[in-house]
Each structure stands twice: as structure tokens, then as C-alpha cells.
Design a protein around this ligand. Structure first.
Ligand code: GLA
Length: 386
């Protein structure tokens, strides 16, 4: 923390900033359901993004990230809240300021903010949503805004959708804003009703493995999957009175799936429907301390994402296959958008060292570069530290 304060002083030539934190997130189950009116079950992590911030007396916003030191201080004016490729990552905070302004909140003074994240970039642990929600928390605090965390979550998603141009659902921002220590959040993305469920894994832990694969076409493929689901929904609506795929049971879907006029779209919709129901079953199992069933449902989720939704790929499938064959693994699946990024596994504590060694070695042998492993702890949502 002192390091960060010194850096702030050095970069911005002033002391006395306030300190803030927003976590990253991992999703335990309920993947690609959050834009289909379905359930998700993510949790906030203890690692994330820190920031030091203070107001300025002009209308300039000056931002610096220790993760992108080469880019130096990136600057824009509050009178120019439009996307600008040249300021790179700073478009995320800029988009959040834009979203606040768009919702009637006046940001009438500039800001200096220093960011430092310990979430690996592009790993699907939501480093960008973390910066967004963090910026929202800073704005609320420094400008004394009467804005709820749920609104900060919504404005952060709006920034991502309309300012950055990624058509994501609300899961990441929600988990980051509303996270709670040792709990995952069952969120119904249709109604935004949510419930905390303690993650009691007895003598096991959550292990995240990063494929370290560059996620090249991820955004366009993501938007493609969304469009496929939307089209499938339209086809189902020719007979059914529904507003989202999340409203269907497995049986209702099977009875009506022939309304969907393409094998591919039928598979996509099938994943959305089954994954949604699977999420509820998994939360039920966790509440009943039935971790074995929870793990099996995680495995089923991966198979569905691999075969029906087709968002895994060689690297993720390799990590998951290797995990499934390790002693002490209760369940393993890809997490996040897919096409690279991370897997999440539940591993018995006694087996974690062997898990990391064996899966790591074999992954490197097959893929040619290393995976990175983290034993994850579930932490609280975004907040002011001091
Ligand atoms: C990304 C998006 C989320 C969600 C997941 C897939 O993380 O940002 O909204 O759709 O992919 O579950």
C-alpha cells in the first residue's frame, strides 16, 4: 500500500489520495446464461484492482496504471467523453464516467487515479469489469453521489456494452460489486434477484488454472453466440410465450426444439436451457453439502460448453481433461467467456500440490507453454479501503 501511495505522489506530484479496491471474479457454474435470462453462480476473489484517487481543480482526468507503465499517464477532458482508441485501457474508466453522466450524475471536477491490478489480463477473471466497478466506487465516494452498488454495477455494464462495445451480460460487474467473503452469489439475471450461498467445500479448495492462451477472436465469437441464442429465442416464440431461454425447463425445450430451424442454433439454445437448470441444481447440492454432485454438475457444464456451445478449444479442454484424471478432483470446468482464459476446479486440499504439478507438466508437454495456477479465496466486493 505504501508503495502505491509513493507511486501516486511521484506520478501526480501530490499526496493524500484515497485508496479503493475491486476484486476479480470466478464463475463456479452458470456459463453463457447471463444474457439468456438465466442463473449464474459467481464469486468475488481476494485478488483484484487497487486504486488511489483524488479530485483535481480542473476538468482533466489523468490516469496511470502500473500494469501498463509504458503507456504513461493517459489523459482526457470531462468535456470529451467519447471512446478514443489512443487512450487504450483508460477507455474503461472513461466509459464509466460517461455512464454516470448519462444517468444524470454530474462529475464536475477532474480526477487523478493510479491503478494497480493483480488479476492476470485477458484471463477471463474480469480485470476490465474490476476496473469499471472500481471507478464507479471512486466516483460515488469522491463526489458524494447517492448511488447504490447495484446502480454502479449497471453503469459499469452499460460502459462495457455501449462505450467499449462488448455485448456482455451483467454477471461480472455484479459479482465484483456485490461479492461477499466465502460466499458465491446465485443471481437470476432476468429479475436481478440474488442470494448468497456459503461455499463450504470441507477439505477442498477452488483452484483456478490459466491457459495463458491469447484470446484472439473472443469478442466477436461472444457476440456471435449471443446472436445465435437471440435468433433461437425468436424461433421458439413463434409458438411459445416466453421472453428468454431462461424461462424454459429441459422438458419444455425438448418438446419445442424443432421450432428452431438450424442444428447449430438448437445446440446453443439447448446449452442455455440446460445450463440454467444445472446451476439451480448445483446450488441446491452445495446447500445440502453434497459437493460430489456439485462437482459432477461442473463437469457436465464443461461438456455442454464444449459440445453444444462450442466455446472451449484445445487449451481449455486439455486442462479440464487432465484435471478430470487427477486424484482428488471433485469437478472441473472452463469459466468465463471461454476461447482461452481459465478453468475452475474443486480439488481436495491434500491433492492440490500433485494436481498443480501433474496437470502443469502435462499441459506444457502438450500445448508447448505453461499454465498458471492459483488457489483461490472468495473475498468481498468493491469498496473504499481508506
Ligand atoms: C463473459 C461476460 C459475462 C458472461 C460470461 C459467460 O465473462 O462478460 O457477462 O456472459 O462471459 O458466462
Amino acid at each position: 500500500m505504501n508503495n502505491l501511495l509513493n507511486k501516486f505522489e511521484k506520478v501526480f506530484n501530490k499526496g493524500n489520495g484515497s485508496i479503493y479496491f475491486a476484486p476479480g471474479r470466478v464463475n463456479l457454474i452458470g456459463e453463457h446464461t447471463d444474457y439468456n435470462g438465466g442463473n449464474v453462480f459467481p464469486c468475488a476473489l481476494t485478488f483484484g484492482t487497487y486504486a488511489i484517487a483524488s479530485k483535481r481543480n480542473d476538468r482533466k482526468v489523468r490516469l496511470y496504471s502500473e500494469n501498463f507503465e509504458k503507456l504513461g499517464v493517459l489523459e482526457f477532458s470531462l468535456d470529451d467523453l467519447v471512446y478514443n482508441k489512443k487512450i487504450d485501457w483508460a477507455n474503461y474508466p472513461k466509459g464509466v464516467i460517461w455512464a454516470f453522466e448519462n444517468n444524470g450524475y454530474k462529475i464536475n471536477q477532474g480526477l487523478d487515479i493510479l491503478y494497480r491490478g493483480d488479476i492476470p489480463n485477458g484471463a477471463g477473471l474480469s480485470s476490465s469489469a474490476s476496473i469499471e466497478v472500481l471507478t464507479g466506487v471512486i466516483l460515488k465516494d469522491l463526489f458524494n453521489l447517492d448511488v447504490s452498488m447495484i446502480d454502479i454495477v449497471k453503469f459499469s455494464k452499460l460502459a462495457e456494452n455501449k462505450f467499449i462495445g462488448v455485448n456482455c451480460g451483467i454477471m461480472d460487474q455484479f459479482a465484483i460489486g456485490m461479492g461477499k467473503e466465502n460466499c458465491a452469489i446465485l443471481l437470476d439475471t432476468n429479475t436481478l434477484k440474488y442470494d448468497y450461498a456459503p461455499v463450504k467445500l470441507d477439505n477442498a479448495s477452488i483452484v483456478i488454472a490459466n491457459t495463458n492462451k491469447r484470446r484472439g477472436l473472443a469478442d466477436s465469437k461472444y457476440n456471435e453466440r449471443r446472436a445465435e441464442c437471440e435468433k433461437a429465442l425468436e424461433e421458439l416464440k413463434s409458438k411459445l410465450q416466453i421472453n428468454s431461454l431462461g424461462e424454459l425447463t429441459e422438458e419444455e425445450f425438448e418438446k419445442n426444439s424443432s421450432l428452431i430451424d438450424s442444428d447449430i442454433r438448437r445446440k446453443r439454445a439447448k446449452h442455455a436451457v440446460y445450463e440454467n437448470r444445472r446451476t439451480l441444481k448445483a446450488v441446491e447440492a452445495l446447500k445440502n453439502n453434497d459437493i460430489k454432485t456439485f462437482g459432477r454438475l461442473m463437469n457436465d457444464s464443461h461438456i455442454s460448453l464444449r459440445d453444444d456451445y462450442e466455446v472451449t478449444g484445445l487449451e481449455l479442454d486439455t486442462l479440464v481433461d487432465l484435471a478430470w484424471n487427477q486424484k482428488g478432483v471433485i469437478g472441473s470446468r472452463m469459466t468465463g467467456a471461454g476461447f482461452g482464459g481459465c478453468t475452475v476446479s474443486i480439488v481436495e486440499n491434500d491433492s492440490i500440490d500433485d494436481f498443480i504439478k501433474n496437470v502443469g507438466d502435462k499441459y506444457k508437454e502438450k500445448i508447448g507453454y505453461e499454465a498458471t495456477f492459483y488457489v483461490a479465496k472468495i473475498g468481498d466486493g468493491a469498496r473504499k479501503i481508506k
